[in-house]
Design a protein around this ligand. Structure first.
Ligand code: V47
Length: 398
């Protein structure tokens, strides 16, 4: 039974049809997704997205204790949206030695991290065995440390450097310590957009094939969409459609992470960045359309912790983690801090009326704060946006 407020949110009959599909767990079509992108009422989207969000994850919201390492920004590509990539001659170019990275990982391990998330540019000269040595050195610190490393684009670059095919590359990196692939480098799959924002980069099919190969080997990975630049809404929907199709095939993705465009210091700086409205709308629609994904992540580094907190009632169930050091978004103008403590993440989640759960890289529960009640089935209160007393009383302090 819908409350009066919920009936009002769904006044448009096309939203009622989508609501009926969501309730009966019928798959949304691309036309449904396009329709959702026309909705201006964020509360209606929040209400709809909370249904699969809570069906899949109850009232839990996940975070992880992790450390990001961007090993080098030297890159043979020159993607128009990227502020991170540099050439050797550039003053901001850097590369960390293996010893430096081991030092960063070791000190983070002392803070309780369970995952290293490591990506970088397509380095012009590092050989394949340098990456193997790097993985081995990180794994040696503690074999339990999960190494979530490299985008599909880096994997293709390493395959080329090592004169190996994709499967051989993944096998050898896995033997050296790679545990999961990261979701970066997907950008927007449409070739029209790729030609404008990352000319020369591998195609959608090549990106998807790396993940397909990895999933068939039993590996897990995440996936992303960089939006809010020159793409159309239809091209966003097409991107989601291709991710959903691969997930049908392999079930290898753990989570989807939308990445809002950041405009400083790159060749697309004239394009206005997506707004908070756009970011929440995009997260909610991803939750509704990607019915075969267990988790939708709002990466607080590029959305801010304040928006990430609100996103917990717009389909999101994961905020990423402590991070500790980040360069890709900060070189593109991000004003967020470099890190969050676990207690800041827990506080943000609790204030939003959700139950904080520390997870590992594969979403197994590691811990929840001692005084936390077990995750209960969500009640009517948490299903109705605007009716969550915990959110209402505490948001101002986030
Ligand atoms: O690959 C680069 C994107 C990605 C910009 O897998 C930009 O769990 C917006 O993939 N504006 C790196 N986006 C970040 C990434 C990621 C982050 C958090 C979690 C996970 C995960 C993955 O960021 C790049 C590229 O697609 N990117 N520059 C920019 N100016």
């Amino acid at each position: 039974m819908l409350t009066r407020i919920q009936q009002k949110l769904l006044a448009d009959h096309r939203l009622q049809e989508i609501h009926a599909k969501v309730e009966s767990e019928s798959r949304l079509t691309e036309e449904d997704a396009m329709r959702l992108y026309e909705v201006r009422d964020l509360n209606a989207l929040a209400f709809l997205a909370s249904i699969p969000r809570e069906r899949k994850n109850g009232n839990k919201a996940y975070y992880i204790l992790n450390r990001h390492i961007n090993y080098s920004n030297l890159c043979i590509l020159s993607c128009q949206f990227c502020s991170f990539a540099k050439k050797k001659r550039d003053a901001e170019a850097y590369e960390f030695t293996i010893e430096e990275m081991v030092g960063k990982a070791t000190s983070a391990l002392g803070m309780g991290i369970t995952e290293i998330h490591m990506v970088g540019g397509l380095h012009p000269s590092w050989k394949f065995d340098h990456y193997e040595a790097l993985l081995r050195a990180l794994k040696k610190i503690d074999p339990r440390l999960h190494l979530k490393t490299f985008t599909a684009i880096e994997i293709l670059h390493l395959a080329w450097m090592g004169k190996l095919n994709v499967a051989e590359t993944l096998e050898q990196l896995h033997a050296a310590g790679l545990d999961s692939l990261t979701g970066g480098g997907a950008e927007i799959f449409s070739q029209r957009v790729r030609d404008q924002i990352c000319r020369g980069k591998e195609t959608a099919e090549e990106w998807l094939d790396v993940h397909r190969t990895w999933h068939r080997m039993g590996g897990r990975s995440t996936c992303t969409m960089l939006y809010g630049h020159v793409e159309t809404i239809a091209e966003r929907v097409d991107h989601l459609k291709r991710l959903r199709a691969l997930q049908d095939e392999t079930r290898g993705f753990t989570a989807f992470i939308p990445l809002p465009f950041h405009a400083e210091n790159n060749k697309l700086s004239h394009i206005p960045e997506p707004t908070g409205f756009e970011n929440l709308r995009n997260l909610a629609i991803a939750r509704l359309y990607l019915d075969n994904f267990d988790h939708i992540k709002c990466y607080w580094i590029n959305h801010s912790l304040k928006l990430a907190q609100i996103s917990l009632s717009h389909g999101v169930d994961d905020l990423d983690g402590t991070v500790l050091e980040e360069k890709i978004y900060h070189m593109a103008g991000a004003k967020t801090p470099q890190e969050q403590t676990a207690s800041e993440l827990v506080k943000a989640i609790r204030e939003a009326g959700r139950i904080p759960v520390q997870r590992d890289s594969l979403y197994n529960e590691i811990a929840r704060p001692k005084d936390e009640k077990p995750a209960a089935a969500p009640d009517e209160t948490t299903l109705s946006p605007g009716h969550n007393p915990a959110t209402e009383s505490n948001l101002a302090t986030a």
